[in-house]
Write a protein that binds this ligand. Structure first.
Ligand SMILES: [Zn+2]
Length: 174
């Protein structure tokens, strides 16, 4: 695999992504039933792993589920599990990179990039996995609602495109 350290790209790895509607729904249901855990499929020689979940209010109504990263305890939407890792981890723990070339090729990254660009006009430090921010005090409500509609349109398109992938990969774990 070449010399030096191998840096994985985020789209090369098996992952559980709570932005995918069926996974999101399953996670929210599980939390409401009081079982705040989700099972990560077995990976290589490693047995399946249970990961803790939590819920927050969603900006667009309803609930948004989150994983607690087993490695750092941060609240994250996506966990990855490379073959050589004992536990699933978040992007930061696994030193995963978003390669800039990939952003234009890969639809997921592209969509997320668009959402980030939108939100960062108001909040320059915002990351995709962060909770959706509140309206800035000096922004008018009409402006903010237009902005939210744009963000939601991107998220809906991302969700729709991910459905097929989610069922194919994770259907039996839902
Ligand atoms: Zn982590």
């Amino acid at each position: 695999m070449g010399r030096g350290r191998r840096y994985w790209g985020t789209d090369e790895l098996p992952k559980l992504d709570l932005r995918i509607p069926p996974l999101r729904r399953a996670a929210v249901e599980r939390c409401h039933e009081g079982a705040r855990r989700v099972r990560f499929p077995p990976r290589g020689d490693h047995p399946a792993c249970e990961v803790e979940l939590t819920l927050t209010h969603c900006r667009f109504g309803g609930w948004r589920p989150w994983f607690y990263c087993p490695s750092c305890g941060r609240r994250v939407l996506v966990l990855y599990w490379p073959l050589d890792a004992w536990l699933p981890g978040c992007r930061r723990c696994l030193h995963l990179t978003y390669k800039s070339q990939r952003v234009s090729r890969d639809w997921m990254s592209y969509g997320q990039h668009q959402v980030m660009q939108l939100v960062r006009r108001y909040y320059p430090a915002w990351e995709y996995a962060d909770p959706f921010p509140a309206k800035p005090p000096r922004t008018r409500w009409a402006t903010w609602e237009r902005f939210c509609t744009k963000v939601q349109a991107w998220e809906t398109r991302l969700d729709a495109d991910l459905l097929a992938v989610a069922y194919r990969r994770f259907g039996k774990y839902l």
